[in-house]
Ligand binder design. Structure first.
Ligand SMILES: [Fe+2]
Ligand SMILES: [Fe+2]
Length: 204
């Protein structure tokens, strides 16, 4: 299974386990569900960026870099909403985000402010990386040409966001420390993905 992820993607994202290929087919037949879940992922990304700005006003680079991301993520939400509307589908209710909740469990609760900050950057980087990989899967595997293009745009955007969160982490924390903790996150995420149910109604 490891081979299925192109070397390019693996190098960029560092993810240790590619998405189960069955997931795309499951997602494709539950478009209303997957678009609803996606819509909330974009909302949560915007909200989290606002919250990071509120908690770190002294970090100028972070404030300057995340401000436009808030707009971009909200723009993504609107794109997904427009797609639902166009198809006569409904935005459903927000569901429990098992993947993100499990990642939060791995975040350092005690520790120094620097350690907590690092984990906040890396959890965002990881969510962006996995979202990017999932959008890549959809953009390559869906039957519908229009939807393949639709997801391709998200894939490119989220790859940029992944890079940004790593860059921000390395701007404020020693690179060696960032790399070491990133490895731990990747390992944790691999185990998490491996033990997660393949669900076509969820982005993660
Ligand atoms: Fe997004
Ligand atoms: Fe993003």
């Amino acid at each position: 299974m490891e081979k299925e992820l192109s070397e390019h993607t693996r190098n960029i994202l560092g993810l240790q386990l590619p998405t189960d290929p069955r997931w795309v087919n499951l997602a494709e037949i539950q478009l209303e569900e997957i678009l609803t879940d996606h819509a909330y992922c974009e909302q949560k990304a915007a909200i989290t960026c606002i919250s990071l700005i509120q908690k770190n006003p002294e970090k100028k680079l972070l404030v300057d870099e995340l401000s436009p991301i808030v707009t971009e993520e909200w723009g993504h939400f609107r794109l997904v909403l427009a797609e639902l509307n166009k198809r006569g589908l409904n935005l459903g209710r927000q569901r429990k985000d098992v993947y993100v909740n499990k990642l939060i469990e791995f975040q350092k609760k005690g520790g120094s402010p620097a350690e907590r900050f690092l984990d906040q950057m890396l959890i965002m980087a990881l969510i962006e990386a996995r979202s990017c990989e999932r959008f890549k899967r959809l953009s390559e595997g869906m039957e519908d040409t229009y939807m393949r293009k639709f997801y391709r745009k998200f894939m490119e955007s989220e790859a940029g966001h992944y890079t940004l969160f790593i860059t921000l982490a390395e701007h404020y924390i020693e690179k060696k420390v960032v790399r070491q903790r990133w490895k731990e996150w990747l390992e944790y995420e691999k185990v998490l993905m491996n033990s997660s149910e393949v669900r076509g109604d969820r982005i993660h």
